[in-house]
Structures are given as structure tokens and as C-alpha cells.
Design a protein. Structure first.
Length: 233
DNA sequence: AAGCTATCCAACCGCATCTGC
DNA sequence: AGCAGATGCGGTTGGATAGCT
């Protein structure tokens, strides 16, 4: 790692894996500063995290991707773009790195769209899709959201990293339906071709900090994908 | 057998975002 | 509000290996 002077780099030894595993079990996944410091490994926290997520974490599936997994990757990529962590979250046992590598080595060349009226040979133009770019919504603990008084409405406030796309803000307006009920139901939101000017297209699908978990996301996306719901445990 | 090329995948890097002060 | 540290994500790199000439 840059800046981590004296830190070990490169391939992990078996002993390092054992130490890391023990430390994650002790301090918990997410406490990478503790893990890297106390594991007795001369590795930076980022390196520890990556090794755990991509290799040591239980339930990681190894081996070739199955047909249904590949199909799911293609569908989700069409919908989400290069959101590998989100795509991986839909495919049990696969890591974002796995999915990304598989895409780059197997699918990137195959999954292309042609110009409708172009003379160019097939495969020249990479897929150009309007992807959903979910960005986590954050709520303070004291917000109205947590005491049940608020619903979300769209705002045109551009936030960092959002490139001017609409972002949700909390509102105390007494809406009759909750914001999530409208997710994916906007008429412009159709099969991965959301109108850039319409709400909703900012969907918080990431687990963890935003309080929006995978299961909240599942219900509608499977309809969009035209697939049967397959809850990932 | 040796050399070259292509492929795969683990790991690194930079940046965006979140959190706590 | 602003800052620093921590965490997570996506793009890229590089080593190992398989396949080909």
C-alpha cells in the first residue's frame, strides 16, 4: 500500500491466512484497524480486508460460474452497470472481485450492443446503457425518518459523487405512500432505461450504513430482471 | 524443449464516502 | 462546518500458468 512503509505486500502465506482468520473471528468483520494491528501481520488494513472478503470469508464459492450465475450477472450489469459489489450481493457465494474478474475476462467481449443502423461489424460498440447509480442515503439518528414522521421525496440537490443526479432528502410532508413504494414504479423507469430527469432513479441498495438492506431491494428488482425471486441468505 | 502469447485471478491503488470529533 | 481517520468500491496491474508455435 502506498504510504504504508514497511508493510508486507504480495501473495499471502498460509500462516498469514490463519492469523487473519482468527483475528477477524475475534474482533469482527469491519474492525480492520484492530485486525491489522493485532493480528500480528505486517499488512495494512486494506490488504487484510481484501484478503478476507475475497478469499477467507466463509461460504465463498470457488470454481466455474454456473449458467444461471452468468445470466444473472449479465442482467444485473445491464441494470446496474459496474456496481460489482451490488451484483455480487445478488449472487450467493461470489465476491465482487470474482464477478468483476469474470466479467472482464469472459463477458465484456461478448456482451456488446450494435449500432441499430450502423455498418460497423458486430462487437465494435460496447453496451451503452443508462444504469441505476444507487447512492447510499444517510439518516441521522435524530432524524424524522427514525421517529416515523417523515417520508422521502425527491430533491434536485446535487451531492458529491452524484454528478448532479437527483438525490433524496428527508421531508416532513405527510405523504400518503412511503417512498419505497414508488421505487421502480415510475413510468420512466423501465428495464434499465430510466429517464435521467425523473425520480426515482437513485436507489439505495447497499447494506450497512444506510439502513437499507438487501431484502428491501430484492422484491422489485427480480420483477425488473424478469427472474424468479431467489432470496440470498 | 524453449520461447512466446493469452488467460486467469489475487492483490494493489486511488478515490469517494462515512463517521466521529 | 470542517477536518482527519476509517472503510468500501471499482479500475488496474502483475505473477502464475496453460496453450500454442
Amino acid at each position: 500500500m502506498k504510504g504504508a512503509i514497511g508493510m508486507r505486500k504480495g501473495a499471502w502465506a498460509e500462516e498469514e491466512d490463519v492469523l487473519l482468520k482468527k483475528c477477524v473471528e475475534r474482533y469482527g468483520e469491519g474492525n480492520w484497524h484492530q485486525v491489522s494491528r493485532r493480528a500480528g501481520l505486517n499488512r495494512c488494513r486494506k490488504s487484510c480486508r481484501l484478503r478476507w472478503l475475497n478469499y477467507l470469508k466463509p461460504n465463498i464459492k470457488r470454481g466455474a460460474f454456473q449458467e444461471d450465475e452468468v445470466d444473472m450477472i449479465i442482467r444485473l450489469h445491464k441494470l446496474l452497470g459496474n456496481r460489482w459489489s451490488l451484483i455480487a450481493g445478488r449472487i450467493s457465494g461470489r465476491t465482487s472481485n470474482d464477478v468483476k474478474n469474470y466479467w472482464n475476462t469472459h463477458l465484456a467481449k461478448k456482451v456488446v450492443h450494435h449500432k441499430p443502423d450502423g455498418d460497423d461489424p458486430p462487437g465494435k460498440f460496447a453496451a451503452k446503457v443508462n444504469v441505476i447509480r444507487p447512492r447510499p442515503w444517510t439518516f441521522s439518528k435524530s432524524s424524522a425518518w427514525f421517529n416515523g414522521k417523515a417520508t422521502l421525496v425527491a430533491s434536485r440537490t446535487p451531492l458529491g459523487g452524484n454528478h448532479g443526479q437527483p438525490s433524496p432528502v428527508l421531508s416532513h410532508q405527510d405523504k400518503k405512500s412511503a417512498w419505497w413504494e414508488n421505487l421502480f414504479t415510475d413510468s420512466s423507469f423501465d428495464e434499465g432505461q430510466p429517464d435521467a430527469s425523473s425520480w426515482p432513479q437513485e436507489l439505495a441498495m447497499e447494506e450497512g450504513r444506510n439502513g437499507w438492506n438487501n431484502h428491501s431491494f430484492d422484491a422489485d428488482i427480480w420483477e425488473l430482471l424478469g427472474a424468479n425471486p431467489q432470496p440470498v441468505i
